[in-house]
Design a protein around this ligand. Sequence first.
Ligand code: PAF
Length: 299
Amino acid sequence: MQVVEETRRLQERADQVRVAGRRIALVPTMGALHAGHLALVDAARAKADEVWVTIFVNPTQFGPNEDLERYPRPREADLALCRQRGVDLVFAPSEPGFYAPGHQTWVQVSDLTQPLCGQGRPGHFRGVTTVVTKLFLAAKPHVAVFGEKDFQQLAVLRRMTRDLNFDVEVVGAPIVREDDGVALSSRNRHLAPEARSQARVLVGSLDVAERAVREGVSRGSEILARVRAELARAPLACVEYAELRDPDSLETCPEALSGPALLALSADFPSAEGGEGARVRLIDNRVLYPHPHRQEPPR
Ligand code: PAF
């Protein structure tokens, strides 16, 4: 497995691989790799000849009160996991080095970044789209794989790729969950023990909504009332949002749901480090299908 730290070197390697007629699948990460990332690597493997992972804790997607400093950076463990999983190349630029001094160019997707996480994290998606653009231009991939846990991020990156005519296929990979259903996240390790057990409330609420839909409930307000009642069972969870949105446009769903609806949840929980304001933000989501579309037989 090759480890590359310089952008120029990566671009040269990408050119060589492309000239040889081989396809590159990119898995952008911020490191602290877990089984969810390894599932992205496996999905990438199915799409290309070479799997490249990027490890870069991107400062521009963190807000001033977010956890940039304490974001874990277990470089050697991450490289070992990539090696074991058969990754061909890791791009791990130095943190100050990937952005040129005096960087002042940004890539921004407008409407899709406004709701949900965009409300509580102004500037976050601008940082994500800018760094992913830089990674696309550095690695020149044919395919890029992102997790569906960050549903809004995936929607934003798909739109950016389409709007800017990047010749990259953006692939979403299903959420990977721990044994109790909690979605895998590098943040889970920061949860206080009691908060970790209450974090299950997110997936539990998605299950409640799915059951309601299966029972025939198709009023958005009724589904959300059941979801909020479930979330309230976890007193340590401070809910940021619980919303039903159109999975493509991320616009608010009509009260009478008639097609697929994204149920998106975000809540923060006390962190193991404790202290005033030390909270861990978790997100989860599921697409609900209130009226299964029946396939008309061909005439
Ligand atoms: O999902 C992430 O880990 C990050 O937002 C990404 C896509 C690697 C950009 O820094």
